[in-house]
Design a protein around this ligand. Sequence first.
Ligand SMILES: [Fe+2]
Length: 414
Amino acid sequence: MTDTTTATTQDTHIDLTEQERAADLNIQELKRLVGLVEYDESKDPFPVTGWDAIVFVVGNATQAAQYYQNVWGMELVGYSGPENGNRDHKAFVLKSGSIRFVLKGAVNPDSPLIAHHGKHGDGVVDISLEVPDVDKCIAQAKAAGARVVQEPETVSDEFGSVRIGAIATYGETRHTLVQRTVDGQTYAGPYLPGYVERTSTYVKRDGAPKRLFQALDHIVGNVELGKMDEWVTFYNRVMGFVNMAEFIGDDIATDYSALMSKVVANGNHRVKFPLNEPAIAKKKSQIDEYLEFYNGPGAQHLALATNDILRTVDELRKEGVEFLDTPDAYYDDPEMRERIGEVRVPIEELKKRKILVDRDEDGYLLQIFTKPLGDRPTVFFEIIERHGSLGFGKGNFKALFESIEREQDKRGNL
Ligand SMILES: [Fe+2]
């Protein structure tokens, strides 16, 4: 299923990222949470340490920042806006575990963020990655024919320096590459130069968990019909990513809609990008719906890894988060029960919460998907709890898509 066997047998070690250390995570936990593997970085033409930040453009960052704190248990750690010299937009930096989210909303009526938001609605504009050597990555990207949207430059403030550059990926999405150690000094600010520390005035309810998720597992990109292989090749050629599981045809076709999906990952598997394209079927695919409302390719869902999906889902439901529904028949199907076998909780507990379960040769995973987070039927979250499985819930695709189609139908988009 994967071509990473060579990577797992090498006698190398994995370093924790600054963000992971700050989140009190350890290697064993990360191996289980996101399927981290060991690999030899020295042979990588485009070494990627891990996620740096997921940057959203939203219609109202002030309110969105509050939503993600109050409902999703994220913690406010940084800010940039008119009060500290950024007259274009407000940006809020939120953290949960090792994940950093940045929410940007326009202040100035002439901000370029307004056109972006008008075209795409709330969405991910930048999947920013931490790299040990920006110049090496940008040189490799250029040699491989990628579009460089920002040449490497060093930016500094009182907390130190970072070196950043950026390349374009699908649609109007980019990968900003951030090198946080420059000349032996690691940047000490809350995010990037220009950002100041900011803590929340929000007080958590008594008994609320410290956080609802620990790490980012994968981000799915939706691309146009016939473009999936182009983007798989882009990640192989430009960024040295390896191919993981592959899903085609019946795996992910319902009676009405279908899609094709392939997965690429960086050497250590911290960063995993499933890439979807619509497939021809009787009705409009969920990917077509996304492409129509996002106005082009973009990030479809972000999978947040937790070590207690039951608690996470219970807490989120209390805050009013809506998840995709799964019919009881899914849990009552003897074939499914046979295939899944024993998992850490009785199936009834999953059924009560509509959590999906899938098993492969490496283990199993539990997962659930939210409804779209914003007004447009575009970006949403997945909550995932892995137990050995390095897959993406292939066995659930049909049940999941049927659930999405019921929602599409309600929106008049099927
Ligand atoms: Fe996913």
